[in-house]
Write a protein that binds this ligand. Structure first.
Ligand SMILES: *[C@@H]1O[C@H](CO)[C@@H](O)[C@H](O)[C@H]1NC(C)=O
Ligand SMILES: *[C@@H]1O[C@H](CO)[C@@H](O)[C@H](O)[C@H]1NC(C)=O
Length: 364
């Protein structure tokens, strides 16, 4: 009994101690701010904001179709920021002249004309007229149609201009309306009009020189749209090169990394893809290739994360069966292990040889 009592007493004492400790903790926690619950409050608030934005973006797209235009063209993303487009020599393009062409009333287009690298010394200090005259010398001319976002000064675009001029071609690189220092706002018809204008401007000066259209990414749709417009006028472009091409902007959009966030969203097609179509953003490479008669070269990196290579494969098959000829259409895939993704093909050491060979096959 004694032992039992003692145990009871010590037990009572223990429970009293615990009680006071608990009270002390309660007092201290209400007197000082609790950092953990404050953090939680911010996290909850942040998540709520993200959810509201996530859900409202699709509705905003329907209400303000201008948003989809900005997503597709990204023309206001004027990268690189600190480049003076009238001074291409700053980008080691010392054999390049900057000029402005008026494709339509009120539309001024910034264009670079780069002569073959072998002429760089001769080109120093020369005026527009010298550059224009040089187009008629029988040397191949490539009209470069860039993708969305940024200007003609973006590094992968300048990189390609260097490659093409080094293999002895003229390059004309334009910023479509609304891009870079060009005026106006982009539309699919507008981009095609600008390119048609540049093509005809070149043809008026090029004599018997070959003229090739090179489109990259969004620019592939501009290239094929232009080639089809010319077919309607009975003109076949000497050659067309498409790099990182999608079948059409609807399918391209559905596979775009941005769409990944919304692919499971109810009404994804209605909110995003239909909005593009209703705003006349189609860029139908697949339909265009069925009508084109130009010799075609398709370049695509296997690890392209923006436009998956199966789209280029599809285009290849469409063009093959439309032109019904082995030699007219060629596709060159670049191994994923090379790490070129969507923009890096210009780095490939075999590219100069590939382009030289393609241009050679065009010679009459
Ligand atoms: C860009 O270069 C041109 C021609 O050299 C010059 O007239 C113009 O002031 C420059 N613009 C800026 C913003 O520096
Ligand atoms: C001009 O450009 C050519 C070709 O890129 C280069 O070889 C040359 O060194 C450059 N010259 C000057 C003075 O920058």
């Amino acid at each position: 009994i004694k032992r039992l009592r003692m145990r009871k007493r010590t037990g009572d004492r223990d429970s009293k101690k615990q009680k006071t400790a608990g009270d002390e903790a309660g007092v201290s926690s209400s007197a000082q701010p609790r950092p953990r619950s404050r953090l939680l409050w911010w996290v909850k608030r942040g998540l709520l904001v993200v959810c509201v934005i996530y859900v409202s973006v699709p509705f905003m797209m329907r209400l303000f179709p201008d948003i989809i235009k900005h997503l597709v063209y990204s023309h206001r993303v004027s990268v690189p920021f600190f480049v003076n487009l009238s001074q291409p020599a700053d980008l080691y393009l010392n054999h390049t002249v900057n000029m402005y062409l008026k494709s339509e009333q009120g539309i001024s287009l910034g264009v670079w004309h780069t002569v073959p690298e072998s002429q760089w010394k001769e080109a120093q200090g020369k005026d527009l007229e010298w550059y224009q005259d040089s187009l008629g010398a029988g040397i191949p001319i490539i009209i470069y149609l860039h993708g969305n976002g940024g200007t003609r000064a973006a590094s992968h675009r300048v990189g390609l201009i260097h490659v093409l001029s080094a293999i002895g071609c003229h390059v004309l690189a334009l910023d479509y309306r609304g891009f870079g220092d060009s005026t106006g706002e982009p539309t699919e018809v507008g981009l095609t009009t600008d390119t048609l204008y540049l093509y005809q401007w070149v043809k008026a000066r090029s004599g018997s020189s070959l003229v090739v259209l090179w489109g990259h990414s969004l620019g592939t749709g501009v290239a094929t749209n232009t080639a089809v417009k010319l077919i309607e006028q009975g003109i076949v472009v000497d050659g067309v090169i498409i790099e990182g091409a999608y079948t059409n902007i609807r399918q391209g959009g559905a596979h775009h990394p941005f769409a990944w966030f919304y692919r499971k969203f109810p009404g994804f097609e209605y909110f995003f893809l239909d909005t593009m179509a209703e705003n006349n953003i189609i860029f139908p490479n697949d339909e265009n290739l069925k009508r084109m008669k130009s010799r075609l070269l398709i370049l695509h990196a296997e690890d392209d994360h923006i436009v998956p290579i199966h789209m280029a494969q599809q285009l290849y098959e469409i063009a093959q069966s439309a032109q019904n000829s082995e030699n007219q259409v060629k596709m060159i895939p670049f191994a994923g292990s090379l790490g070129y993704h969507h923009n890096g093909l210009y780095k490939d050491p075999h590219l100069p040889g590939i382009i030289r060979e393609f241009v050679h096959t065009l010679a009459p």
